[in-house]
Design a protein around this ligand. Structure first.
Ligand SMILES: Cc1cc2nc3c(=O)[nH]c(=O)nc-3n(C[C@H](O)[C@H](O)[C@H](O)COP(=O)(O)O)c2cc1C
Length: 217
């Protein structure tokens, strides 16, 4: 009975996405006492930046023909893949940085796909619940000046939902900078509403995913 969580935020304190993920984890744990939680922090504990290229260059090469470095890259990919596959439900908490995803997140995804179990077409997380928690400083909704500028969320949905086949729940908190940026002061009410909704959905989702674990055992 495991749940896996993958954070990727440059700050530990005051992080909205971490707090929303915490709400989900709390609800899940409350309704699934004894269930283990594995938490991977891609910023505090970064994955080696060169492992993916090293492993990808020798994809398909028999193990005995690989150098120690190449074997280590495959082993890292296998261990990350095993961590996700071993979880009954997965939470990915992320922030929007510079209109896209960070190299940390991309590296983790690329390493997962390096493992043969995650090869495109194999939908390794078919039907598995996965929650994508996204915090964004600005607003990107329909009709806003920057509609379409969030290049992180659509990519992550594509990868987790369509490439990996997971059953994705998106939990979003927008305008998180409104509280600290004076020019966004008018948006504080909308931001607070967005955050409250995110926590609410996170709690409901954590509970629902805990029930799924119970149902499948
Ligand atoms: C270096 C940096 C780049 C950022 N780029 C964007 C951006 O492109 N769009 C946006 O809406 N917010 C941007 N933000 C704001 C963050 O998305 C926002 O503060 C978010 O709440 C951070 O996640 P956290 O609260 O979980 O730490 C950026 C923040 C930092 C520090």
């Amino acid at each position: 009975l495991r749940r896996s969580s993958v954070d990727q935020n440059i700050r530990q304190q005051g992080s909205f996405s971490r707090r929303v993920a915490d709400t989900l984890q709390q609800a899940w744990s409350e309704h699934n006492p004894g269930g283990a939680v594995v938490r991977r922090d891609l910023i505090a504990d970064p994955l080696p930046a060169d492992a993916w290229a090293t492993g990808a260059a020798v994809r398909g090469l028999p193990a005995e023909q690989r150098t120690a470095e190449q074997a280590a890259a495959s082993a890292l990919a296998a261990s990350l893949a095993g961590e996700v596959l071993g979880a009954s439900t997965v939470v990915v908490a992320t922030a929007l940085y510079n209109f896209g995803i960070t190299l940390h997140r991309k590296n983790w995804i690329d390493l997962l796909i390096l493992d043969p179990r995650f090869s495109p077409g194999s939908t390794p997380l078919a039907g598995r619940p996965l929650t994508l928690v996204v915090a964004r400083g600005g607003g990107y909704g329909p009709g806003t000046p920057r509609e379409g500028w969030d290049h992180a969320t659509p990519y992550l949905r594509r990868i987790f939902g369509e490439v990996f086949g997971a059953d994705v729940t998106l939990v979003e908190a927008e305008l998180t900078l409104a509280g600290s940026v004076p020019a966004m002061a008018d948006l504080r009410g909308v931001a607070a509403e967005s955050l409250a909704k995110a926590h609410e959905l996170a709690a409901v989702t954590g509970k629902a995913h805990a029930a799924l674990v119970g149902a499948s055992v």
